[in-house]
Design a protein around this ligand. Structure first.
Ligand SMILES: *[C@@H]1O[C@H](CO)[C@@H](O)[C@H](O)[C@H]1NC(C)=O
Ligand SMILES: *[C@@H]1O[C@H](CO)[C@@H](O)[C@H](O)[C@H]1NC(C)=O
Ligand SMILES: *[C@@H]1O[C@H](CO)[C@@H](O)[C@H](O)[C@H]1NC(C)=O
Length: 266
């Protein structure tokens, strides 16, 4: 009887570690703490409400553009302590426009791509500084009319647009949803012509509405001044003025990059 118990326990331990060798970070949320208090503290807010993390956590189940299956496995552990290695070393493979990410001008303009307008050339002064988090009307995409109705004053250079996408928790749904809210071409054009906004943040995978995917991106990126940060996590953050800090990776030759963005209460 005892032997039987012992054997099945051993079997469970064995299968656990076996699955852990293929899927990296099997205990992502620390639920397999085995009775030992080794549970990491994952947070969305730091410093007693001073710092909001507005980047999404990368997971296999997060949505990917036009995919029903989500991002899928993107992380492996080719060298592990369990494998006789001296340390754990993971490897990742990820489309550059995954999760919370930034677009460089080369994303929609081939001649900009060829000329080298990659994420390494993006202006950190645009990506860091005072920013406005605004709620847009929930019943339409971002048109010129909507932009006008927001009354964003001249001089405001960074705006994060919170939309119905946040209410619908779209970034937490594996299946891509083309009915997300984004900029219509005339909304993008209105922003370019009538505001000083250079950082445009949005809460789903594209700043452009699906029906105006090409046209809106072209309007935004043509001047090579506006930076699009997409897939932001704007849940549970009060609307208002913050200091935003966004840092893309210095990926030479890439027209997109994962980006870590935070809001600091100023
Ligand atoms: C262990 O080594 C094999 C062979 O090199 C490799 O395929 C496997 O991914 C390694 N990692 C783990 C965690 O087992
Ligand atoms: C190394 O990775 C394994 C998963 O294969 C994990 O169980 C172990 O805790 C890791 N070790 C360290 C030191 O992080
Ligand atoms: C926004 O546009 C998409 C198509 O790109 C559409 O499916 C969706 O219903 C629109 N959303 C709203 C709130 O009008």
């Amino acid at each position: 009887m005892i032997l039987h118990l012992l054997l099945s326990t051993l079997l469970i331990i064995f299968t656990d570690s076996a699955s852990g060798t293929t899927a990296a970070y099997p205990s992502l949320y620390g639920e397999e703490s085995c009775g030992v208090n080794l549970t990491p503290h994952r947070r969305e807010v730091y410093g007693n409400g001073r710092i909001y993390d507005i980047s999404h956590r990368y997971t296999v189940d997060m949505p990917a553009f036009e995919s029903l299956d989500g991002v899928g496995q993107f992380l492996w552990l080719p060298k592990s302590l369990k494998n006789g290695s001296i340390a754990n070393n993971s490897e990742m493979k990820l489309p550059t426009h995954t999760g919370t990410h930034v677009d460089a001008p080369g994303h929609f303009f081939d001649h900009y791509f060829d000329a080298g307008f990659d994420v390494d050339t993006l202006d950190l002064d645009v990506l860091n500084g005072p920013a406005l988090l605004v709620d847009v009307p929930r019943d339409e995409n971002i048109t010129a009319e909507v932009m006008k109705s927001l009354h964003i004053p001249r001089g405001v250079r960074r705006v994060l647009f919170r939309t119905l996408n946040t209410d619908r928790k779209l970034m937490f749904k594996k299946e891509f949803d083309s009915s997300y809210v984004g900029f219509m071409k005339d909304g993008a054009q209105w922003l370019v012509d009538n505001t000083d906004i250079k950082l445009v943040g949005i809460d789903y995978l594209s700043a452009a509405a699906y029906v105006d995917l090409g046209p809106s991106h072209l309007v935004f990126l043509e001047g090579r001044e506006i930076i699009l940060v997409e897939g932001l996590k704007l849940d549970d953050v009060p609307a208002g003025i913050y200091d935003v800090h966004c840092l893309p990776l210095r990926l030479l030759g890439a027209e997109g990059s994962p980006i870590r963005c935070i809001l600091i209460n100023s």
